[in-house]
Ligand binder design. Structure first.
Ligand SMILES: [Zn+2]
Length: 390
């Protein structure tokens, strides 16, 4: 009998969540420690550590790992890792923390104590080096770059013991599935080849087509959504979840797709983030990641297929999870059906495409979107959202 892909690093899943029986006592202790506030991205990283999605990391990265990850996508021990996982602080706060001191990591938005970290290292980073390598950009119009530039000047590193997953397990009861749980679910369904579809948007027919191509060649698809903070103007998770569920309920064979979400916050790092998304999905037990056009991109910082090509630059054994590279998908009126740039010989003029801006305008005005572009059940939910937004 074949099995699911191994977690990243080849060992077992590593959850940094303190066992439930010890949590209350540790929280009391944490309240007496020096408090280090975290940005929403840092808090989401802590929760990713708790759920085991960052296996095999044991906390926030030190300077050698940070440098290797930014430059060569390698931790100091040679392990593949494409995005730095770091915690920053002000000069003043960092200066007051002693070597080996335990500190409480606090969500800067809710003030909740999330974790205890044993600080083993403090280091200043070259932000331009991080941004030019990870984001291929240094201008702060890029939302990922802007977050790096805004963070404190000193990084704190050390092992992390997580005490809370915040509001995720209650707010997203059905969707919040930890890697150990997704693996158990896939095993129960008898799936070994599982494709993950990363999304932070409602799914139109082009996305549905991507997912259905994946279903044809795997055992099933894990529709995996970003539950962390989004860009202003993005559709909120609750609305998106309903829209996606309407699509699954009406247009999918029961049991072929599982909808779930995870607390990550987007970096919009394009190719680097596509690799990161594949690594994380390996921890969730997925053998494949669907990589379409401009995966995890923003604006025109990346070429439309950079995120597909980057997988070809990896060394052997870097990742087990492989990309399912799929071309741009659309409805073609001359093909009378869904097609991709690889299968449709016709021109742009017969492909039905509506830009994100145009969709927002049409939905806000209560207009229908053609069924060739989006399913009516999905459109109804989005229209309702925009109508109440006014
Ligand atoms: Zn065509």
């Amino acid at each position: 009998m074949s099995e699911l892909v191994a977690p990243h690093g080849g060992g077992s899943l590593k959850s940094l969540f303190v066992p439930e029986a010890e949590r209350a006592e540790e929280l009391k202790r944490a309240a007496t420690l020096r408090q280090v506030p975290m940005t929403s991205r840092e808090t989401s990283d802590v929760i990713m550590m708790a759920m085991g999605a960052y296996t095999p990391l044991d906390g926030f990265m030190g300077e050698a790992d940070w440098h290797g990850v930014c430059g060569d996508m390698k931790m100091s021990d040679g392990l593949f890792w494409p995005i730095p996982i770091t915690l920053s602080a002000s000069q003043e706060l960092a200066g007051s923390i002693g070597d080996g001191e335990e500190v409480a990591l606090v969500d800067g938005e809710s003030d909740e104590i999330m974790a205890i970290m044993t600080v083993s290292e403090k280091y200043a980073i070259d932000k331009a080096f991080e941004c030019s390598n990870v984001y291929r950009a240094t201008d702060t119009d890029h939302p990922g770059v802007s977050k790096v530039m805004e963070q404190g000047p000193v990084n704190l590193a050390g092992t992390v013991s997580v005490l809370s997953e915040g509001e995720y397990p209650t707010k997203y009861k059905e969707l919040y599935i930890r890697p150990a749980e997704s693996r158990a679910l896939f095993a129960e369904k008898g799936w070994t080849r599982v494709a993950a579809f990363q999304t932070r948007n409602p799914m139109h027919r082009s996305h549905e087509h991507l997912v259905k191509i994946a279903i044809e060649v795997t055992d099933g698809v894990f529709i995996h959504q970003v539950l962390g903070k989004l860009k202003p103007g993005d559709i909120p998770a609750e609305v998106r979840v309903d829209a996606i569920q309407a699509m699954i309920d009406n247009y999918f064979v029961p049991g072929t797709a599982v909808q779930a979400g995870y607390p990550i916050e987007m970096r919009y790092a394009g190719p680097r983030e596509a690799l990161f998304h594949a690594l994380l999905r390996q921890n969730f037990g997925c053998s494949h990641l669907i990589v379409g056009r401009d995966h995890a991109g923003v604006g025109d910082y990346y070429g439309p297929f950079d995120a597909q090509h980057v997988f070809d630059t990896l060394w052997d054994g870097a990742l087990i999870t492989q990309p399912l590279k799929i071309d741009i998908t659309f409805y073609c009126t001359d093909c009378y059906g869904m097609a991709t740039a690889k299968t449709c010989p016709h021109g742009e003029d017969v492909r039905i495409n509506i830009s994100g801006t145009k969709q927002r305008e049409m939905l806000s005005a209560g207009e229908d979107i053609p069924p060739e572009f989006s399913r009516p059940q999905v459109v109804a939910i989005l229209k309702d959202y925009y109508a109440n937004l006014k």
